[in-house]
Design a protein around this ligand. Structure first.
Ligand code: ATP
Length: 330
């Protein structure tokens, strides 16, 4: 637990460049009588205002732990986390309530956590507006109509959650999450319970919302295919961000979009980086490696005997160039 002062929304004028999500050296240790699990091990993450980002990782890599902290439901053991200008390391319960009502929206995998089962789609949206109390009654009903139209929920507005498919429930959950115009939308495995086609629809709805309203969006998932729907995919491994894939698309003279993806390794403030597992396996990199500084890149070679022999680096894992840290081919 850090010892900073109590949380106050940070004034935009004081810190103009503060991103909407910022984690610095985030550590979360779970302690029980016999064991200690370090779920986050100095994680760094920066998501700028208006970005749509996915954090992907295998089971146990720390995704839910990260989201628990970013959503203000849990506190880090060390390090800093801020979301939408709120320092999350020390929220009072009053600040936490305000943070939840006005600054962030959530979509969880379990629909029961997103929607009240005895309210219709429109009533669920109305409920969050009423609780936040930021709008007058007439403005509330205008906002409900706006959200319903934006997400194409017109035919579903008077249905109970039990009368909706999984994908429809998640689209209504998105409406509930963004109704108060939060700065940040956090989604934990929002497509975890859906089939492939319905998942695509929900992810596209999130992309549309991000584009339309500029809400900064972070999707946490084990499903790597989410990267087709976002510009930046951050891989989390052993409680740290390890690599990032950035997708770019460019329209040619005829307006036809050409997409490419570039993979980067994340380097933290003290110079640590994680090599992709496939690189380590291919070149048998373990225990220690040889580094040499070249004019415009760094070479990484196996540190054990026989390392002097040149080996070819494998094909980059995705289309486009890999980062400038390489095995030994330069
Ligand atoms: N309450 C807890 N007590 C002890 N250990 C925990 C607790 N919650 C999570 N962990 C451990 O912390 C690590 C990270 O767990 P976390 O749930 O954040 O991973 P995850 O990437 O979300 O996994 P999954 O995709 O399976 O949900 C795991 O080793 C997990 O066993």
């Amino acid at each position: 637990m850090t010892t900073s002062t109590r949380s106050v929304p940070l004034a935009a004028s004081a810190l103009p460049a503060l991103p909407d999500i910022l984690c610095t050296d985030l550590v979360r240790i779970y302690r029980s009588r016999e064991v200690e699990v370090q779920a986050l091990q100095g994680l760094n993450l920066r998501v700028e205002s208006g970005e749509l980002v996915a954090v992907v990782g295998a089971s146990g890599s720390g995704k839910s732990t990260l989201l628990g902290i970013l959503s203000g439901h849990d506190e880090p053991s060390a390090g800093q986390a801020s979301v939408a200008g709120h320092d999350l390391t020390h929220l009072t319960s009053r600040e936490r309530t305000r943070f939840h009502r006005t600054s962030v929206g959530f979509v969880w995998q379990q629909t029961a956590r997103n929607l009240l089962p005895y309210l219709t789609a429109a009533q669920n949206i109305a409920c969050v507006l009423a609780v936040a109390g930021a709008l007058r009654r007439r403005d509330q009903s205008e906002r409900i109509d706006e959200v319903i139209e934006l997400l194409g929920l017109g035919d579903l507005r008077d249905r109970l959650p039990s009368e909706l498919s999984g994908g429809q429930q998640q689209r209504v959950a998105l409406g509930v999450a963004i109704a108060n115009r939060p700065a940040v939308l956090l989604a934990d495995e929002p497509t975890g319970a859906l089939d492939e086609r319905t998942s695509e629809e929900v992810l596209e709805a999130m992309r549309m919302l991000n584009e339309h309203s500029g809400v900064t969006t972070l999707i946490v998932t084990h499903d790597a295919s989410v990267s087709d729907h976002v510009r930046r995919t951050i891989q989390i491994r052993d409680g740290r961000t390890s690599t990032e894939v950035i997708r770019r698309s460019r329209a040619d003279g005829r307006g036809i979009e050409d997409g490419s993806a570039e993979e980067f390794s994340v380097i933290d403030r003290v110079g640590r980086l994680q090599l992709p597992e496939s690189f380590q396996r291919r070149l048998d990199l373990h225990d220690r490696v040889r580094l040499s500084l070249e004019p415009d890149h760094v070479q990484v070679r196996p540190g054990h005997d026989g390392a002097e022999q040149d080996q070819e680096i494998p094909d980059p894992p995705r289309r486009g160039r890999h980062s400038r840290i390489d095995g030994d081919a330069s």
